[in-house]
Every structure is written in structure tokens, then in C-alpha cells.
Ligand binder design. Structure first.
Ligand SMILES: Nc1nc2c(ncn2[C@@H]2O[C@H](COP(=O)(O)OP(=O)(O)OP(=O)(O)O)[C@@H](O)[C@H]2O)c(=O)[nH]1
Ligand SMILES: [Mg+2]
Length: 328
């Protein structure tokens, strides 16, 4: 039976996995169908604890996430969703299959849902698609959503920042910690995990991170813990899960969670508006008589570029706002 959008939007609320899978494909594709689905389900979203797991290629993020899922499922009746945002850089290309195989241990658990996200033509790229994918999981009743990204590009960092709790994963002996400290990526970590604790130098790496955190201590009242794990044999995982929950408790106190989500929404709105404007601009340039006339006038020096841009912006935005949303 073919699933209709209307059907998906109803069945997803009952936790139906097939509808959830379809909904995720729809939001990955973007466009009007995705917008329709999000509009329909937005009221059921915003409920999960979002955990971002990021770090350089191969540090063991997927292994850690796999161990975390097991720990979360073992210690409580929480539904866990995972979005593995496909690394785009070529040298990590092999990870996609690896992730699937690694996380297969949970395929029989009906309260675990794992999905690899690809950039399938959503014009706003994976970041915007990922935000909507989180909403689909939330509508389907997932309490915890883990987003794994490779912390290299701008968009991956944007995704990592969108989480309520961001876990930065490093490994000993890679010079990763030094790089992270230098590049300022440390700031996004609410929690640090030195994985591959069985390799030499783990303690030293952890100490270096702690020292740099001391130096950059902020006023927020949260002291980012640094955990050493050996994810392959589940060592140190319960501490990580405990610290993630501590962070969530900390955020909930004094309305910090709300404040953080507000910043996030501002950023997403800006990104979305820019995305819509960009695609409308493209279609205006291609199809609008008025815009083409403007270009002619520009070429003939009858109008200057600044005035022309103002006029085009009017055209772009007048097209996107439906009447019921227009600010009078
Ligand atoms: N020695 C050791 N190896 C580990 C540990 N955790 C993971 N590994 C190995 O490290 C390699 C990479 O692990 P992944 O979990 O795929 O790493 P990842 O960070 O998800 O990799 P990308 O998604 O490609 O960025 C695999 O060969 C794992 O078996 C650990 O605690 N100790
Ligand atoms: Mg991985």
C-alpha cells in the first residue's frame, strides 16, 4: 500500500516505523511536501533531549553511540533515535556502511531507530533537513535523539551546535586535542570524551583538555566533564550517560534549555529564510520578466545595482509570505 502524506502524518504519531521512515525521506528531499509535513507535525515536536556527538573521522563516534544506545536502553524505558549525518569528505566515505553494520545490534529493538542522513537535494543542505528529521522522530515519540556528525565542515558544526547537549569525541595521540583547542571547537563541547582509552596517552590527552577548559572557564556554572572511554568494550559509557543527564538537568534549571533553544530557532529561521530567498532569487533570475527588465536596465546604466537589488528583494519576499503570515 502506498503511503500518502496525510496517512504518514497520522500514523507517525502512533510510532509506526514505516511512516517514520517515509517521513524522514520526505524531509530529506525538502520542498513543499517536507514543509507540509513539518507544518502538520510541528506541534508534536520539541520534546526530545537532543544529543550531538561530533569529532574527527575515525575517533569512534559510531562505536560510542552504539554503546550509549545500549546503556540508555538498559537503564530506562526511553525510545532512542539516531541520525548519522553522512560525512561528506571523501576520506570518510567508507563510514556509511560501517555505521550501518555497527549499529545493527539494535535492529531488533523496536524502541531504537537509526537512520543515515544524506544530502538528497534539499536545497538548504543537510543541516536544515536534519532539524526537520529530528522533528519527525519527536512526533513518533522518541525521547532521546542522537545526531552523529563529523566535526569538520561549517554545516556539521551547525548541526552539532543545534543539540541541547554536545559531546565532543577525541582520541589519544592524534594531536586532535591540540587542534581542537586551537580551532576554538572546544567551545561547542558540553562534554568531552577521550575514546580509545586503551591506547597510550589517553590520560595525557584528557589532562590537556581539562587544562584548556580551566583557562577558558566561563560564567555559566557548568563545568564540562572529561570522560575516558573504551567504547569497543563499553568501558566508561555509564559515566558518559550520567554526565549527559546531568547536563540536561543543569539546562532545565533556571530556564537555560529554553534560552538555548531560542538561540537555535533564531539561527534556523535565518538559515531557512536565506535558503528560500536563494531559491526564489534563482527562479526570479530565470523566469521573471521584471527581473530580466531590470538586468537590461543595469546593462544600459539606467538603474544602479544597489537600487536594482532592493527591487529584487521586494519581488523575492513578496512571493514567499502567504497572506495569513504577512506582518501588517
Ligand atoms: N582501540 C580502540 N578502537 C576503537 C574504540 N572505539 C572505536 N574503535 C575503532 O575505531 C574505528 C573507527 O570507529 P567508528 O566508530 O567507526 O568511528 P567514527 O568516529 O564513527 O568514524 P567516522 O564516522 O568515519 O567519522 C573502528 O575500527 C573501531 O573499531 C576504542 O575504544 N578503542
Ligand atoms: Mg561514524
Amino acid at each position: 500500500m502506498k503511503l500518502t502524506l496525510e496517512g504518514i502524518s497520522k500514523d507517525i504519531l502512533t510510532g509506526d516505523r514505516r511512516s517514520l521512515a517515509r517521513a524522514l525521506s520526505v524531509v530529506e528531499d525538502g520542498g513543499p511536501a517536507a514543509a507540509w509535513l513539518v507544518r502538520k507535525l510541528y506541534g508534536h515536536s520539541g520534546t526530545a533531549h537532543l544529543i550531538g556527538v561530533t569529532g574527527s573521522p575515525g575517533v569512534g563516534k559510531s562505536t560510542l553511540v552504539d554503546a550509549l544506545i545500549a546503556e540508555i536502553r538498559r537503564t530506562g524505558d526511553l525510545k532512542v533515535g539516531v541520525l548519522a549525518v553522512d560525512p561528506s569528505s571523501p576520506f570518510t566515505g567508507g563510514a556509511i556502511l560501517g555505521d550501518r553494520i555497527r549499529m545493527q545490534t539494535h535492529t531488533l529493538d523496536k524502541k531504537v531507530f537509526i537512520r543515515s542522513m544524506a544530502n538528497r537535494g534539499h536545497s538548504g543542505g543537510t543541516a536544515l533537513a536534519t532539524y526537520d528529521a529530528v522533528r519527525m522522530l519527536e512526533a513518533s515519540g522518541y525521547d532521546i535523539v542522537i545526531i552523529e556528525t563529523v566535526g569538520v565542515g561549517q554545516s556539521e558544526l551547525a548541526i552539532a551546535k543545534t543539540a541541547d547537549t554536545t559531546v565532543l569525541v577525541l582520541m589519544p595521540g592524534s594531536g586532535d586535542d591540540v587542534q581542537a583547542i586551537k580551532s576554538g571547537i572546544m567551545e561547542i563541547g558540553d562534554l568531552f570524551v577521550v575514546n580509545k582509552g586503551d591506547l597510550p596517552g589517553a590520560q595525557k590527552t584528557a589532562s590537556e583538555i581539562m587544562q584548556s577548559l580551566e583557562l577558558s572557564k566561563n560564567e555559566s556554572g557548568w563545568h564540562a566533564p572529561v570522560d575516558i572511554t573504551n567504547a569497543e568494550v563499553n568501558e566508561g559509557i555509564s559515566e558518559v550517560w550520567q554526565h549527559i543527564r546531568d547536563h540536561r538537568d543543569y539546562l532545565e534549571k533556571a530556564g537555560r534549555l529554553k534560552a538555548r533553544r531560542r538561540l537555535k530557532m533564531e539561527a534556523e529561521l535565518a538559515e531557512l529564510v536565506a535558503d528560500i530567498a536563494r531559491s526564489n532569487l534563482q527562479s526570479s533570475l530565470e523566469h521573471s520578466r521584471q527581473v530580466q527588465d531590470l538586468v537590461t536596465k543595469l546593462v544600459d546604466h539606467e538603474v544602479d545595482p544597489h537600487s536594482a537589488a532592493e527591487a529584487v528583494i521586494q519581488e523575492i519576499f513578496s512571493k514567499t509570505l502567504p497572506p495569513d503570515l504577512c506582518v501588517k
